[in-house]
Design a protein around this ligand. Structure first.
Ligand code: FAD
Length: 287
């Protein structure tokens, strides 16, 4: 089913994100993770794509596992960086052959400590156009409630986001955020700028203090004092940190749904127990 139709037909949706094994690694562990998360019956499951083509075959293979073996709609990520037109067309054909009809079109993370391979697409909007030329896909894009770290300011980023939506994105998934007011402000600005496709809120359960520094460096996301206090207090107690992180993510979702944001995407990071805990906490709300 196309994700645009899932978002239209269900009042509240919850999706989960996984990452594929590295190229050449065995699929076994991730297949197990897919099965466990699929048992929770999310609205759809997404699978990331290593920028520069690394792991692209595994993305298609795991999307196939999600949808054709476990019966959950799959969303395959696809990135521009380092991708030549031929690679993209070949990947689109592989996805089509496996009946995968949903793609998240991304520019991709810039490689760290490696030269940038030049591909045929600079921005996600160019990739979105290419995907539509090659099949009847439902395409989504990424958005950044605090502005993309490379953009001059949030207003400029929203103007480019509008171009991306006009190139054919029918929904957007947000970067993680830890203060819901940031998302409410962003939603207001999107409407003011004429961006009115459904927005799925990206929720990252922080369950390990070591994640914190890396994540905040990568995403540029603000760390609210309430969240900082949790990390400071429980960093040395992994079980307590995990419990507190799950509780924080749960509360974030309750507040979002109470305020009319109905579509959630949980960055589950291949940890079924975290998805299980959050979805268990919200079983009556996600019914
Ligand atoms: P774009 O939409 O292309 O924007 C990139 C930058 O260019 C922004 O600053 C934007 O303002 C600017 N821009 C856009 N269009 C123009 C234009 N026409 N002219 C000038 N400037 C412009 N990375 C991966 O490698 N693999 C993944 O699977 C993956 N999944 C992700 C999933 C989600 C939900 C999110 C939020 C991010 C994901 N990322 C992934 C990371 C993402 O690739 C990076 O954040 C990347 O830096 C930006 O990608 P984008 O698609 O938003 O880029």
């Amino acid at each position: 089913m196309k994700i645009s139709n899932i978002l239209k037909s269900r009042e509240i949706t919850v999706s989960c994100e996984l990452f594929p094994p590295k190229e050449g690694a065995v699929l076994g562990n991730v297949q197990k993770v897919v099965k466990e998360i699929a048992r929770l019956n999310p609205s759809f499951m997404s699978i990331t794509y290593g920028a520069g083509g690394a792991g692209s075959h595994n993305t298609t293979q795991i999307a196939h596992e999600i949808q054709n073996i476990n019966g959950i709609t799959a969303l395959a990520h696809l990135t521009c960086i380092g991708s030549k037109k031929d690679d993209i067309i070949r990947t689109l054909k592989e996805l089509k052959d496996k009946n995968i009809e949903n793609i998240l079109a991304l520019r991709g993370d810039l490689p760290q400590n490696k030269p940038l391979l030049h591909g045929d697409y600079k921005y996600a909007s160019e990739l979105t156009e290419e995907i539509h030329k090659n099949g009847d896909f439902c395409v989504g894009g990424a958005c950044y409630p605090e502005g993309h770290p490379e953009s001059a300011n949030l207003q400029k980023d929203i103007e480019y986001l509008k171009v991306k939506v006009e190139s054919g994105c029918s929904f957007l998934t947000t970067q993680m955020f830890f203060d819901n007011n940031i998302l409410y402000n962003f939603m207001f600005r999107l409407l003011k700028n004429g961006v009115d496709v459904p927005v799925i809120a990206g929720i990252m359960p922080i369950t390990n203090a070591k994640q914190v520094e890396r994540i905040f460096k990568l995403s540029g996301t603000a760390l609210p004092p309430r969240f900082k206090a949790i990390v400071d207090r429980f960093a040395d107690n992994p079980d307590a940190m995990k419990q507190a992180g799950i509780a924080y993510a749960t509360e974030q979702i309750i507040d979002l749904i109470a305020n009319g944001i109905n579509h959630m995407h949980i960055y589950t990071m291949n940890k079924p127990d975290i998805a299980k805990n959050i979805m268990g906490n919200l079983s009556e709300i996600f019914k």
